[in-house]
Write a protein that binds this ligand. Structure first.
Ligand SMILES: C[S@@+](CC[C@H](N)C(=O)[O-])C[C@H]1O[C@@H](n2cnc3c(N)ncnc32)[C@H](O)[C@@H]1O
Length: 280
């Protein structure tokens, strides 16, 4: 069914213009949906409120839901629908060998400290996890004992990570010899070799979820370009969770724009290759 609709100037409510379908996209209800998303997943869209509400509106229409109140109710009763909405909202940019300086620092750290378990939170579609493994494999002798765990809220991204097949664009920063050595070109997709893939595992997980602590402890954590989605209170909560997962003396890499304050329980270490946080 196709129906015309328009947005009213005053109350931002999407109203029907035809007789075919009743629409009621009342933004005050959309704000309630955004508040619930922020509470559960930390995702704070207050700086992109209007654009995010329009994305949610398109999501509702795609699912043949024609008013925000109905969507709000359905999200409360359907975990699958909520998962699809979160997947749509959290598609994040990522690619192989992003901010390579951190991997150089990791290799230096590993020369002085035993590292067996590395966590990547968030891992998105796996590029960062496989980059770390590729970098260590190519630049260090004794890496076979290292395993990587990747977690992400977005279940589509977790599935893609488990498959390990990527576009040309995603691998464009990788040296050609690494692509030739570790990837199979399969129907315009580049699929990572099983010798690397078998050292990584991925699971869907919310950084604010208490079950996170069951992952165990890690000597190194990469948490790059996720905190940026949160407000300061949530950033602090997420950092406290990550700190609890770090072994004593362990180190945490975050993205350069992720926080603008000094996080409690960490010492900031600067190096020409980048900075990182050490648990104290
Ligand atoms: C821009 S990507 C960063 C990926 C990778 N770390 C990198 O730097 O290239 C951000 C990721 O954060 C994930 N994310 C957002 N909120 C999250 C949460 N509450 N728990 C776990 N992952 C979350 C999103 O699903 C998305 O895949």
């Amino acid at each position: 069914m196709f129906a015309l609709f328009k947005r009213s100037k005053n109350n931002e409510t999407l109203q029907k213009c035809s007789n075919e379908q009743q629409f009621d996209f009342d933004d005050s209800i959309a704000l309630k949906i955004l508040a619930a998303i922020k509470k559960e997943f930390g995702l704070d869209y207050s700086k992109q409120e209007y654009i995010t509400m329009r994305k949610i509106e398109r999501f509702a229409l795609k699912n043949e839901i024609y008013d925000f109140q109905q969507l709000h109710n359905m999200l409360a009763s359907s975990p699958k629908l909520k998962e699809r909405l979160i997947n749509m909202l959290t598609v994040g940019e990522t690619y192989f060998y992003r901010e390579l300086g951190h991997m150089e620092i990791l290799a230096e750290f590993m020369q002085q400290n035993p590292v067996h378990n590395i966590l990547c939170a968030p891992s998105s579609s796996g590029e960062e996890v496989y980059s770390i493994l590729l970098y260590l494999q190519e630049n260090m002798q004794e890496t076979l004992s290292v395993t990587l765990v990747g977690i992400d809220l977005n279940s589509d991204a977790v599935n893609a990570a488990q498959q390990g097949c990527y576009s040309q664009r995603s691998i464009s920063l990788l040296p050609l010899e690494i692509v030739q050595k570790y990837f199979k070109n399969d129907n315009s997709k580049f699929c990572i070799d099983s010798s690397i893939k078998c050292r990584a595992s991925f699971r869907q997980c919310n950084i604010f979820d208490k079950s996170l602590m069951q992952l165990g402890t890690f000597e190194v954590i990469f948490s790059r370009n996720m905190l940026i989605y949160f407000n300061d209170k949530q950033k602090k909560e997420a950092l406290a969770n990550l700190r609890a997962l770090l072994a004593d003396g362990g180190i945490l890499f975050i993205g350069h724009a992720d926080i603008s304050f000094h996080p409690e329980g960490f010492e900031k270490i600067y190096s020409p290759k980048g900075s990182y946080l050490k648990k104290i």
